[in-house]
Write a protein that binds this ligand. Sequence first.
Ligand code: TUI
Length: 310
Amino acid sequence: MLNTRVCELLKVKYPLLQGGMAWISTAELAAAVSNAGGLGIIAAGNAPATWVRQEIEKASALTANPFGVNVMLLSPYADEVIQVIIEAGVPVITTGAGNPSKYLSRLKEAGTKVIPVVNSVSLAKRLERSGVDAVIGEGMEAGGHIGTETTMTLIPQLADAVGIPVIAAGGIADGRGVAAAMMLGAEGVQIGTRFICAQECTVHPNYKEAVLRATDRDTVVTGVQTGHPVRIIKNKLAKKFQELEKAGASPAELEELGVGRLRVAAQEGEITEGSVMAGQSCALVRSIIPAAEIVQELVGTAELLLQGRS
Ligand code: TUI
């Protein structure tokens, strides 16, 4: 039932990708998800290429299954990270926060599958013409840097517009969400927030706590004026952002406030003044359990629902 073109493309048992979350998606989490039959993904974020190389080596030692790397295209190290990915022979790359077209020919030559995150139909069509292997349609329910469309409306439009597989992201945290995404025309899902609370996730325990505690109205989108809207869990930093925005602060001032805030939250557990990026689905995350159990719930429930058996 969940056997789609995405399984074939990624050489995985389930069409389930773990989101590449900067400072959060390290080798340990990626390997655990890959061992469970999904595609684990190491997030390069703003890290230098040497760090990414080490994480690839670590993940290779922890799993024999395929895993991917996510490249955040606004990173000053994006070029070097792409080079490392090619040299290491990583089978899949996902990209975020930009258009990966300029890297496509080199990646394809190396045999790496390229799956960009898109938040519009026009970008998906353009990238399909450039030769990407699939797209991840990400709705504004997602955490971190987001677009404006919702998963519910974006996915069926993408499924109508492109011939390559569409993978749904944003707002999915349990088997019900997976089944719903497939009904909308997706052939796979990407899940980030739920995996923050995987046992194997190396993020600071305070960050996991913040996700566990969050309820339905606990996230907010900041930075709309800077052109980089970011969904985070409400805290002192979020309030400061909102006050500055109301007072008409310049995009530069707002960008400045955000610098380095994700790292202190994720690594040091500074969840009051740090940037606690998470999707709206944080309200659906209620336990810290091994990644394999998360995958089993996602897949097991989705299959039952899609067969009309639950
Ligand atoms: O990339 C993400 N989520 C992220 S990246 C990140 S780090 C960051 N922090 C502050 C500001 C900016 C980045 C935290 N969370 N998700 C995938 C994603 N991609 N969301 C939106 C996009 C996107 C945006 C524009 C994809 C393509 C795009 O194209 C613009 C163009 O060039 O046409």
